[in-house]
Design a protein around this ligand. Sequence first.
Ligand SMILES: [Zn+2]
Length: 129
Amino acid sequence: MADRKAPAKIVAVEEDPEHVVVTSTGEVRRAPMIYLDEESVGRIKAGYVCAKCFEAQDEAFPERCYLCKFPMRDKQPEYVAKNYQGIVRVGSATSIEDEMAFMDEWAEIEARKQARMPHKPSIWVPREI
Ligand SMILES: [Zn+2]
């Protein structure tokens, strides 16, 4: 189990070819696709990590994120439902270390012949900046 105070673990960030964001200055940019590990997504869904800035919180669903002031209590479940794209297999964007970790994990899971889901990265696409 990771440190509860640790921010979400970002596995990779890429530009999303299908979505753009418009900044407050009117600039149009590609939306970032942020890949998080599955445990981090679980912590976001449970309200212990801010869905906007990925900082760990002292309690589940505080009224506002202490760092970016995102209204977690009111808005996070909706924000998560809108932005969470599900679990994906990350290919070339992962580091060698991550790849090795996946390989080890999968080998272990195979060996145990468990029906459990392997620990895969999840994709996160913020639509508002
Ligand atoms: Zn925040």
